[in-house]
Design a protein around this ligand. Structure first.
Ligand SMILES: Nc1nc2c(ncn2[C@@H]2O[C@H](COP(=O)(O)OP(=O)(O)OP(=O)(O)O)[C@@H](O)[C@H]2O)c(=O)[nH]1
Ligand SMILES: [Mg+2]
Length: 241
């Protein structure tokens, strides 16, 4: 509990046994539940997550978005904190972000990694992020610095109103579009960001193009909310802690 609210952390995991150890090593003690969504990992992700005290959800449908949707459906906290399971996002910022959220009564916070240059992030990634950010602004008419950031803090109560259709990497931009264009109190706040442990799952060109196509489809096509369907049909909980 933090200031009277139950806190859930959700971690999508695809072969992240190494990253999980880092993420769990300094998870704040007030976090009530850590939900690790194991997305068909072939390493010891599930075992390590369980050993470290996380609740493990198995999601068979492959993809970053599919993993998150399953995790969100099983989360029971008043507030959900979402971040990669690779050690890149700062657990130490969680209380600060929660303080800002409560003070300003925000519904949704997305974290901005672009304010410092301490990582080995390639020029191609920085350029891709910029292109996707510009496309997002032009298509959806709101401006944030980091359209691809993977750390968010939000009230679980807003989830039913978010139309979350992507099962892939585009989930990251989709959740922001939903939060920033549906009248919620949403803000972007700067964070510290580190290089990851373990192997990256991002395919810069393929995921970049797919994310751009997704923005166009989301803006001009029809989309369907799959949050409940995906989780109901594919995921199982393994609560043996
Ligand atoms: N790409 C991908 N990631 C998944 C999947 N399932 C779960 N994940 C997790 O989603 C998170 C994001 O993937 P990353 O490889 O960190 O992608 P990224 O953050 O864009 O790239 P890095 O900066 O290299 O970490 C990680 O915690 C993955 O383990 C999946 O099917 N595909
Ligand atoms: Mg990552």
């Amino acid at each position: 509990m933090y200031k009277g609210r139950k806190i859930s952390v959700v971690l999508p995991c695809y072969n992240e046994e190494e990253g999980l150890r880092i993420v769990m090593s300094d998870m704040p003690g007030f976090v009530d539940e850590v939900i690790a969504v194991d997305n068909n990992s072939v390493d010891r992700t599930s075992e390590v997550a369980k050993e470290l005290g996380a609740i493990v959800i198995q999601e068979r449908k492959q993809g970053y978005g599919a993993a998150y949707k399953a995790g969100f459906r099983h989360a029971t906290g008043d507030i959900i904190v979402a971040m990669d399971a690779d050690g890149t996002y700062p657990r130490t910022f969680i209380p600060v972000l929660l303080d800002v959220m409560f003070e300003l009564d925000l519904d949704f916070i997305t974290c901005d990694r672009t304010g410092h240059k301490l990582t080995k992030s390639s020029k191609l990634r920085v350029f891709g992020n910029w292109v996707l950010g510009v496309a997002m602004t032009l298509l959806f008419w709101f401006r944030i610095h980091d359209s691809q950031s993977g750390m968010w803090v939000f009230k679980r109560s807003i989830l039913p109103q978010l139309n979350l259709t992507s099962d892939g990497m585009a989930f990251s931009e989709e959740i922001k579009i939903e939060a920033f264009t549906k009248g919620f109190k949403a803000e972007e706040l700067p964070i510290y960001y580190r290089d990851r442990a373990g192997e990256s799952k991002l395919n810069v060109w393929r995921d970049g193009v797919m994310n751009l196509v997704f923005l166009l489809k989301k803006r001009f096509g029809r989309s369907r909310n799959t949050l409940s369907q995906v989780a109901q049909s594919n995921s199982t909980v393994d609560i043996a802690k």
